[in-house]
Design a protein around this ligand. Structure first.
Ligand SMILES: [Zn+2]
Length: 331
């Protein structure tokens, strides 16, 4: 049977995992390349000879892949052996792909919080293999997303590729058949997508700011993932908040203030308190002017009001007040 493109890529990729003790010292390393494995299970064996052997084991690898290798495994190895050739290879980090591949459920069954749920204790070879399995599932999920909503997947690749640290991970999306958007197309596609889920004026403002900046656009990939499921089961994983603190800030900018333009479909739907009244308590057209003039203000202050939020700011008035005011109070 012919190998799938994903299996082919995994076959050419060094799967890597290291274990570190409380002092930050590497005490074991496991790696897989094709049919071969490499493992060091004794801290005393971490010397320049072992690491030279490891480098020659990895020399034919096209990519280096692991879970959290960008912030953990690679920097630790670089501390003790900065000159390894494997550091020049593109890196695929399954931790960074996870919230993109599974936006509606960032807690994939193999990933808990930000760590892979391992089925072996302290066996880095098995953990490296597990990262390969996670990648294969991410591949399937991302290919499905590309078929269902090409813009989202196109944005993932282009936005990750804008970050020097994530170029290898973006290249993996290329291997999945997702083309690379470049130049103005990146922010234009983002704006077109985001306007469907956010305030149009806020999107235009953000895109103008970003067009002039040299910063990595990677946080927008996680904004895109969240927006792609914003009206359903979306959770911003704690890891995303920690790694990209800009993401919740951008989401707030894009969705939580009212631009007050009549032509802004998002704000007209999400920030008009009268519409909440009508939608939640069908038949009520306006707020009572007295005796609770604060109610409307309180309602306006709340943004993206969930049902319980409306209930909290629309305090029911007493029956005698109801008869005097234009609004009928909920029972
Ligand atoms: Zn708006």
């Amino acid at each position: 049977m012919m190998a799938s493109p994903c299996q082919e890529l995994l076959h050419q990729t060094l799967l890597l995992d290291i274990e570190v003790n409380e002092k930050g010292e590497i005490y074991s390393l496991g790696a897989v390349l094709g049919e071969k494995t490499f493992s060091v299970a004794d801290r005393r064996r971490f010397n320049s000879n072992t690491l030279r052997d490891f480098d020659s084991f990895a020399k034919d690898a096209r990519f280096v892949l692991g879970h959290n290798i960008l912030n953990h495994d690679i920097p630790r190895l670089q501390q003790i052996a900065p000159a390894l050739h494997l550091f020049s290879k593109p890196r695929i980090d399954t931790l960074f792909l996870s919230p993109l591949a599974f936006p509606a459920n960032p807690y994939h069954r193999l990933i808990k919080n930000y760590q892979i749920v391992r089925d072996s204790i302290n066996d880095p070879v098995q953990d490296a293999i597990l990262a390969g399995k996670v990648f294969a599932e991410q591949w399937d999920a991302l290919v499905q997303q590309f078929k269902a909503n090409a813009d989202v997947a196109l944005l993932y690749r282009a936005l990750l590729a804008s970050d020097a640290n994530l170029i290898g991970t973006a290249e993996a999306l290329g291997c999945m058949g997702i083309p690379l958007l470049t130049g103005d197309d990146v922010l234009e596609t983002f704006a077109w997508f985001a306007r469907k889920h956010c305030c149009g004026a806020a999107v235009d403002h953000l895109v103008l700011q970003l067009a002039d900046s040299q910063d990595s656009l990677a946080p927008l990939a996680y904004v895109t993932a969240w927006l792609s499921v914003a009206d359903g089961n979306s959770v911003l994983p704690p890891w995303v908040r920690h790694q990209f603190p800009q993401v919740p800030v951008i989401l707030h900018q894009l969705r939580e203030s009212n631009c007050r333009y009549e032509e802004c479909a998002y704000c007209q739907t999400h920030h008009v308190p009268q519409r909440f009244l009508h939608d939640y308590y069908g038949g009520f057209q306006r707020f009572a002017q007295s005796p609770r003039p604060m109610t409307e203000k309180a309602c306006k202050r709340r943004s993206s009001i969930p049902r319980h939020g409306v209930l909290r700011c629309l305090q029911p008035c007493r029956p005698e007040e109801a008869s005097r005011s234009a609004i009928f109070c909920p029972p």
